[in-house]
Design a protein around this ligand. Structure first.
Ligand code: HEC
Ligand code: HEC
Length: 224
């Protein structure tokens, strides 16, 4: 009994640390863009089609992931795989990915944003006084960076220019608890999102979507 209990306890403790640490991605896995080329086949049907819509938990465009930080993409995929992010479709997809797949896909999508045609350059619109007050209250720039496009850590997402309807769904999901198929466990954003009403989150989402940024939807044919 004694010999058996040790490895099991060690495993349980390792699991705990991984959970507390948030993202249990092995640090020594290095992504490879070329290896990802065959793996993206399972992603492009949604993330490679401009304007593609999902219908759960409400109709919204799937997020743009080309040009997003690799470290954040890997953290998000790991979150779906371990259930911190409860979205059923992405959980199903992430469940089949190894750490190496995640690392490959992450560097691939970060790189695929580079060189993708930028939308017509528009100056960043000024926030209305109401929206500015919400941004100040949440100190959003202190983590998501200048223009919400230069996060202070690669593990934090770029937000500028992301689809408004997706941002709204994502922000609301950080408020949800005790639901098997909706919600995200990230504690930082949980605290943030709970400071606002849905109407306020919608105002934030609508504004952030108008900001110029690096995020793109890149049809896969462009960089094969
Ligand atoms: C059936 C459509 C579909 C497919 C296929 C799909 N995704 Fe997704 N993906 C979504 C939707 C919808 C979301 C938003 C989920 C949520 O609300 O958390 C999402 C979210 C994500 C996110 C989080 C984005 C963010 O800004 O937080 C990443 C990263 C991602 N997907 C990567 C992938 C990769 C890599 C693949 C292929 C291995 C893939 N997805 C396949 C629909 C899809
Ligand atoms: C203390 C740092 C911090 C602050 C302040 C902060 N965020 Fe975040 N934000 C994060 C982190 C970390 C994540 C990734 C969470 C995860 O893994 O789900 C995130 C994720 C998000 C997402 C999900 C993006 C996606 O692609 O799915 C949105 C939207 C967002 N933040 C908006 C905001 C807004 C709006 C504010 C201000 C009201 C804000 N954040 C303030 C750290 C922060």
């Amino acid at each position: 009994m004694k010999t058996l209990s040790h490895p099991i306890r060690a495993l349980a403790i390792a699991g705990l640390i991984a959970t507390v640490g948030g993202h249990a991605l092995a640090q020594d896995v290095v992504g490879n863009v070329d290896n990802a080329r065959k793996k993206v086949a399972m992603c492009i049907g949604c993330h490679g089609i401009p304007g593609y819509q999902a219908s759960f938990p409400e109709v919204h465009k799937v997020p743009m992931i080309s040009g997003q930080n690799a470290k954040y993409i890997a953290a998000a995929l790991t979150g779906y795989r371990q259930g911190d992010r409860r979205h059923p479709t992405m959980r199903g997809i992430a469940a089949s990915l190894t750490d190496q797949d995640i690392a490959d896909l992450a560097v691939y999508y970060e790189a695929s944003g580079k060189g993708a045609p930028a939308p017509a350059a528009k100056p960043a619109p000024a926030a209305s006084p109401e929206v500015q007050a919400l941004l100040t209250k949440g100190a959003c720039m202190s983590c998501h960076g200048e223009g919400l496009n230069k996060p202070i850590d690669g593990g934090y997402p770029k937000l500028a220019g992301q689809h408004a309807d997706y941002l709204f769904v994502a922000l609301k999901s950080y408020q949800v608890e005790h639901n098997a198929s909706i919600g995200r466990g990230n504690a930082i954003m949980g605290t943030q999102a709970r400071m606002f009403t849905h109407a306020e989150l919608k105002q934030l989402a609508n504004y952030i979507a108008t900001l110029p940024g690096d995020l793109r939807t890149v049809p896969q044919s462009r960089f094969r």
